[in-house]
Design a protein around this ligand. Structure first.
Ligand code: 4AD
Length: 466
């Protein structure tokens, strides 16, 4: 009694809200808990009702055991539930923990007839791709999303551990870094539009690469990186192109040679992959055992071996000497096609391979001139990987003012890039960098054939669902 008012004391503790992954860890045995998630299976039996509930935090669902009286016709595959009960040690072999429920609340019904995924059926990636708004409910896609998240963390950790500073490069830009003309133009659509006037007073685009902005900052910070959305208006329906994808880009000042770049690319690839293999064991296994069986051997070989390095000229020689019938014959001065890249990877033992020193004319204005003869090459490098082909593209940048100015003048771009020339006038240093396509990286480590299956919401020509 407090100041004449009776305060009622509740001894019963409010159940603690737990994620399924935490509940499965066994750290809370005996605790009164509440788990919220979606039903993965319902098995009513005479003595008990068994449910599997998941909430995206792990591949393995939490087994719920309840009295048959708690069964509800609305408790179907896909319905959303809130289960309250006590976490117990499970007597069953397949799991160590189960939730003994005293209350099951159906929060959201799910029509089992119309729901596109069926209990116990293994749906292929192509099938689930038709349902971008629902596919995160499947095991394969939920595993993919957890792996994607963990790989993102691993890449950031790699850069942090290696003294890189993360830079948020802009999405809207007035430059076409790659000069390939694959730009999405940005203009407002609302009432603020003024006829015949650009919103930013100049034409602007969604970024195709953060490289030039990174070069600005590397001119004061030495080691920088960015990891963000990148856009290419590629009219391609291929298995490795998207209109919106994520790119990891690094820029390093005071480089001595192309090996300074290949070392970072290889280290980053291996460090991120090691992290994913160690932290997403069940999710990666689901891919390597069921979705893309046999791919684990390829991943192990990539991790064990040092990536070989060949020049573009050697690559063209290898292609010309092979007995393979290519749809496009390889020739010095021509871009390597996907079929060539895949062949080169196989030729090198089905492990990633660096190809360096591409023809000067094939590379954008920023690539460093090797000043070699008779074939003029640039200090550029691509990393080609199993199943995908090109994963990374990079180069040393032309740091010499006179050579860069001449190349920009030749292309009529010296005014557009006067600020870029300034970087060479004020404390220019040898530097270089690269970009890695994050979705292609996921394809490579998981063995996934189609890039649309490794991004939550794929955007490609003629398709922008949701
Ligand atoms: O080779 P790219 O075009 O290089 C650049 O953009 C450089 N400016 C990067 C740099 O040096 N900072 O693109 C880099 C990588 C490619 O190797 C590929 O993995 C990926 O980005 N990529 C795509 N991924 C998915 N869909 C597309 N349309 C892609 N275009 C490039």
């Amino acid at each position: 009694v407090c100041r004449g008012v009776l305060i009622r004391c509740y001894c019963k503790k409010t159940p603690t809200k737990l994620r399924v992954s935490r509940a499965l860890s066994g750290a809370d045995l005996g605790a009164s808990v509440k788990v919220q998630g979606w039903v993965r299976s319902v098995r009513p039996q005479k003595a008990n009702l068994f449910l599997h509930v998941n909430d995206g935090s792990s591949l393995q669902p939490l087994q719920v055991v309840a009295s048959p009286e708690l069964n509800d016709p609305l408790l179907t595959f896909g319905s959303a539930v809130e289960v309250t009960g006590i976490l117990k040690k499970s007597p069953h072999k397949k799991q160590s923990v189960e939730l003994e429920a005293d209350q099951i609340l159906v929060v959201g019904e799910c029509d089992p007839v119309d729901f596109p995924f069926k209990i116990k059926e293994r749906h292929g990636l192509e099938y689930i791709r038709q349902y971008p708004h629902l596919r995160c409910r499947t095991n394969a896609f939920s595993s993919l999303l957890r792996i994607r998240s963990e790989a993102t963390t691993a890449i950031h950790s790699y850069f942090k551990e290696n003294d890189f500073v993360q830079i948020h490069t802009p999405i809207i830009t007035s430059n076409d870094c790659e000069g390939a003309g694959e730009l999405f133009q940005v203009e407002p659509s609302g009432p603020e539009i003024v006829e015949d006037e650009y919103f930013f007073s100049v034409p602007t685009f969604l970024t195709v690469s953060g490289q030039l902005h990174l070069e600005v900052i590397s001119g004061a910070f030495s080691r920088v990186y960015t990891f963000g959305p990148t856009f290419r208006a590629e009219n391609s329906q291929s298995r490795r192109h998207l209109a919106e994808f994520y790119m990891v880009e690094a820029e390093i000042s005071f480089t001595q040679s192309i090996e300074d770049l290949t070392k970072v690319m290889e280290d980053m690839f291996k460090s991120a992959t090691e992290h994913v293999l160690a932290h997403c064991v069940e999710d990666v296994d689901l891919f390597h055992k069921h979705v893309t069986p046999g791919h684990r051997d390829t991943v192990d070989a990539m991790m064990k071996n040092t990536f070989p390095v060949i020049t573009y000229t050697e690559a063209v020689d290898i292609l010309n000497r092979s007995s393979e019938k290519f749809a496009s014959p390889a020739g010095w001065g021509c871009d390597l096609k996907t079929e060539h890249e895949k062949y080169l990877v196989k030729h090198c033992g089905n492990i990633p391979v660096f190809v360096t020193d591409y023809p000067y004319d094939l590379k954008p204005f920023y690539a460093r001139d090797n000043q070699d003869h008779p074939e003029r090459t640039a200090a550029a490098v691509d990393l080609l990987v199993p199943g995908v082909g090109e994963l990374c593209g990079g180069s040393l940048r032309e740091e010499r003012l006179d050579l860069l100015r001449a190349r920009l003048e030749e292309a009529g771009l010296e005014d557009t890039y006067s600020w870029y020339l300034d970087l060479r006038r004020f404390g220019s240093v040898p530097h270089g960098g690269f970009g890695l396509g994050f979705e292609r990286y996921l394809q490579c480590i998981l063995g996934v054939d189609n890039i649309k299956d490794v991004i939550p919401f794929p955007r490609f020509s003629h398709s922008c669902l949701l």
